[in-house]
Design a protein around this ligand. Structure first.
Ligand SMILES: [Cu+2]
Length: 434
């Protein structure tokens, strides 16, 4: 919601409104006719992705071509849109969202038409490797259902140590992206851990509306040569994965699952869809979710029944079912990105060991300050973890000796074990030990 109108002319707003209406009816190609010279083609910056295609991925699409002279295997590119869409809650209700969608690999002149009304929730998962150079292009395709809005969007990589504020996505001290425009963010991925990302424009609104995603970075220690031996005697073997560059194997895991705590206030979403004043101070969430779904949808490996309001586009593609073989170590990358409250997640019958918090391994300082001695690991075991908005933790569940069966990860904010007026649902998922 904007409180101040920028100095756009009436004519500009009219053409934009018409263009949006046309786009809503699937006539996105008419956008060019209506907006004339104002039409912006998404501009992708991705080293190694050039117009001289190798024929595998024709066009300019944020996919580096191995045959390009600029190809660098350490470069990763993604292309997201920011816009709007719909999701379906576990009780069947269709809810309007703002959000991000993945258009990586889509030729740049098709991005506007493919991105409109195609936001997903949560936002597309971003998985990175420590040492990568990450180029993230964001194209603002506008909000089809809110043609009166001219909101910009950004990506804020929460917790990331940016070298400068320019790519931080906080609009007050960096730049944000207007409708029809694109910006490529650059990140030098120097630290592993569990992060998250969200839009930082009018954050209370845009985050409540769904511009929230899972983001984590795999440790470089995973990729050391087989048999690498550390001064303390720890030996790395190929195939072992670690949450952090721990140098002692204590954060080793076999399977990993991102779990994003979230919740929606459906009154707020309806007000936004229907161009009503937004109840900021009265925000009260009524759908508790993990990875954008309430139980039992949390354990459905398929996209949930897509909402009809955006043409059955599958806008919730992530489940949160946790599966492991007995004896495996499960890494849960838990983040909380809701706007309104703290949530507690609990396991029943399984210990959680908290090994990281805020994208940092829980370890004290190196005793003599110059290695190779390691600080003391200050991990702790618990059955419940409590996170406020913007917090992330890394938890390992060791299933050694755990009887096979079905276990639960659920909130102890018990009134959120519901899908609004439907009981027995909400913020809960299953841990299956085979
Ligand atoms: Cu936004």
């Amino acid at each position: 919601m904007k409180h101040n109108k920028p100095n756009t002319g009436e004519a500009t707003m009219d053409t934009r409104r018409i263009a949006n209406r046309l786009a809503a009816f699937g006539l996105a190609s008419s956008l060019a006719l209506v907006t004339g010279t104002a039409l912006a083609i998404p501009f992708i910056q991705c080293p190694g992705d050039d117009l001289k295609s190798d024929g595998v991925t024709p066009g300019h699409d944020a996919v580096p071509e191995p045959t390009s002279p600029n190809y660098d295997p350490s470069v990763k590119c993604m292309h997201l849109i920011a816009g709007d869409g719909y999701v379906r809650m576990a009780d069947g209700r269709e809810v309007y969202i703002f959000g991000f969608g993945d258009v990586t690999g889509v030729d740049e002149d098709k991005v506007m038409s493919q991105g409109m009304l195609h936001a997903t929730f949560p936002a597309p998962r971003i998985v990175l490797e420590e040492g990568q150079k990450f180029y993230l292009t964001l194209t603002n395709v506008g909000m089809v259902m809110r043609p009166d809005l001219f909101d910009p969007h950004t990506v804020h990589f929460h917790g990331f140590p940016n070298a400068s504020t320019i790519f931080d996505g906080v609009p007050d001290n960096s730049i944000s992206i207007n409708m029809g425009s694109s910006l490529t963010y650059f990140y030098n991925i120097v630290e592993p851990g569990t992060y998250m990302y969200h839009c930082h424009v009018e954050a209370a609104e845009h985050m409540q509306m769904g511009m929230l995603g899972n983001l984590y970075v795999h440790a470089a220690q995973d990729r050391l040569p087989d048999g690498t031996t550390f001064a303390n005697g720890f030996v790395h073997h190929t195939g072992n994965h670690y949450a952090y560059d721990d140098q002692d194997g204590s954060t080793r895991y076999d399977v990993e699952y991102p779990i994003q705590i979230g919740s929606f206030d459906v009154e707020f979403h309806d007000a936004d869809e229907n161009v009503q004043p937004l109840p900021f101070a009265d925000m009260k969430d009524d759908y508790g979710m993990l990875n954008g779904r309430g139980y039992p949808d949390t354990v459905d490996p398929n996209p949930v029944t897509p909402p009809t309001k955006n043409g059955n586009f599958p806008s919730q593609v992530e489940d949160s079912r946790i599966v492991a073989k007995q004896g495996q170590r499960i890494l849960l990358r838990i983040s909380n990105l809701n706007v309104t409250r703290f949530y507690t997640l609990r396991t029943l019958g399984l210990d959680m060991e908290v090994i990281g918090q805020g994208a940092r391994q829980l370890r004290g300082p190196d005793p003599d300050g110059n290695g190779p001695l390691l600080g003391k690991n200050v991990y702790y075991k618990t059955n419940s973890v409590t996170l406020g908005g913007g917090e992330a933790i890394d938890v390992i569940i060791d299933t050694t000796g755990v009887p096979p069966g079905k276990y639960f990860l659920y909130t102890t904010n018990l009134h959120y074990l519901s899908n609004n007026q439907e009981d027995y649902g909400g913020m809960m998922t299953e841990i299956i030990i085979n």
